[in-house]
Ligand binder design. Sequence first.
Ligand code: OXD
Ligand code: MN
Length: 592
Amino acid sequence: MATAPEHLDAPQSAPRNVRQWVAEVAAHTQPERIHWCDGSEAEYRALIQGMLGSGVLLQLNQQTHPGCYLHHSHPSDVARVEHLTFVCTEQAADAGPNNNWIAPGEARARMAALFAGCMRGRTLYVVPYCMGPLDSPFARCGVEITDSPYVAASMRLMTRMGAAALERIGRDGTFIRGLHSTGELDPERRFIMHFPETLEIQSYGSGYGGNALLGKKCHALRIASWQARSEGWMAEHMLLVGVENPAGQTHYIACAFPSACGKTNLAMLVPPETMPGWKIWTIGDDIAWLHPGADGRLWAINPEAGYFGVVPGTNAQTNRHANDMIQHNTIFTNVAMTAGREPWWEGLEDGKPAFDWQGRPYDPKNGPAAHPNSRFTVSAHQNPSYSPMADAPGGVPISALVFGGRRRSLAPLVYQARNWSHGVLVGAGMASETTAAATGAVGVVRRDPMAMQPFTGYNFGDYWAHWLAMGSSISKPPGIFHVNWFRRDAAGRFLWPGFGENLRVLAWIIERCEGRGAALETPIGAVPTEAAINLAGLDLDPGTMAELLAVRTPDWQREMEEIGSYLAGYGARLPEALRREHAEVLARLARA
Ligand code: OXD
Ligand code: MN
C-alpha cells in the first residue's frame, strides 16, 4: 500500500477530524512524505530553499531584491480557468446558469480517478489556514492538502497559516476541506470543483494562484458566499479601504471591480500632492466579508493576509506603495528578468528585459516580456499603507459600497444609486471588458454582476435575493455607487487620469455619505455636477468632465434592455423586487 506513513510528524494539536482526513487522502494519493505546515519563518525558508534546489524558483538579485524569487508557471497555466471550474450542488438549479455544474457523485468519481496515486514520489503538504483575523468571530478556517511547495509557501504569505490556525480548527470543530494537486499540469486533466453543500474543494492540474491557492477564490468567495447566505452575511469580491480626510476622520469603503480592473491600485492609492492631508489605509485588495452589526451598519473584514496582485503597469508613479512593497520578500510569477537578475515588466521605466516570462532570451517578436497576468505574492504587512484595523476582530464599519467596471463609453465616471434595492440592480447589471486574469478573449464586454460572475458559489437569482434581504436587515445601509475609470474619447484615449486622482471621486462619494456633495438626479441615479468633483491642480481638457459625466438616454435604454434580457435568464429565481427596480429605471428613461 501507500508509502504514506502514519502521520509521523502530525503535531500534537492536530484535531482528530483533520488527521483522519489527511490519512484518507494520503492513502488515495500515495505521497512519499507528509509535511504538516507550522507556518514558521524557518519552514518558509526551507520551502524556498527546496524550490531553489529543484528549479521551481529562481533566485532574483538579492542585493537589489532581498528575499525575492521568480517562478515560471507552465505556459498553459497562467490564469483562472472558468470553463473548467464547477459548482457541484445536488440540484443543478442551485448552482444556477452562472456556474458550470456537474452532479456531485459524478464530479467525485472524476476527481478520485485523477487524484489516485498522483502524489507518488512527492511530498503532501498539510496547510491549515485561517481566513480572517485568528481571533475574529467572522473568520473561517480550512485545511488545504497540496503537493506543491509553491502553494504551501504562497499560502503562508496570503493567509494566517500554520499552528495557530490548526488550534483554531480544534476549537471550531469544523473546517473547509481543500484538496489540490498540480497533477501533470495538463489542460486536458484540469478541474476546479466546489462542493458547497459539504464544504469541500478539489482542484487538479493547475498551479496558478486562483486555481491552486484554495483559500482565495475557492474558499473565501465560492464556498464562503454559500455559507454567508445560510448564515446571514456576505462574501464579496471587494477591496476595502479607509479614506482619511484632512480633518482626521476615516470612512471605510468597499469596492467591487472585476479582476485586473485596478482593485490593488485603489486599495493602496497614494493621494495626489494637490490633495494634502488625505490618506488611504488598506484593509484588503480583493475580498471582503460583510456582517450586519448590532449598530445597524455593515461591518467588514478582509479574510486574506497578503496580496496576489497583477504586476504589469506597477511603478513608482502608478502605485508607489505597491512598488515599494515588492522590492523585498516577494514571490514573482511569470515576470521577465534583466541581465542583472532583477524582475522586470512592461511599465517599469528602469532596466530592460533579458529573459521573458518563460525564461527564453527576450525577443519582442514573442510578445510582451512579462505575461499580462504576471503576479506578485507578498505579505500585507509589507504594504506601507496597511491599516492596523485590518487585524481588528470585529472589522470596520462600511460607509459606501462601490461597483465598477471597464466600459469605453456609457457609464459615467461616478453615480449613486437611489437606495439599497436600486443599488442591487446597479450591481446586478454590471458589465466589464474581460482581462488577462482569466483564460479567453481579452477586451470583450461581458456581464459581471457585483464582479462575482466567476465567484458566486450558487444561483445568482438567489444571490440577488440575499443582497436584498441583507439590505432589509440593516437600519443604516451604506450608500451604493458605481464608478468607471475607463471611459474613452472618440480617439480611444482614456478621459480620466485614474490612479491617485481617483481619490477625487472617493472624496465626492464620502461627501454624499455625509449628506453633502452636489448632484443631478438622472434616470440611472445621482451624478455629480461638474463643480462637485475637486479638480484643483488637474489639467483636464475643456469638455472632458461633461463627457465623463454624460448619461445618454438612448444608450442607457439599450443597456437596460440588455440587462433585462440577461436578468430574465434567471427565470423564477429572479427576485420580484429586482424586476421592479429594472422596470422603474426603464420608465424614468422613457420620461427623460
Ligand atoms: C484575482 C482575480 O486574482 O480576480 O484576484 O482573478
Ligand atoms: Mn480578484
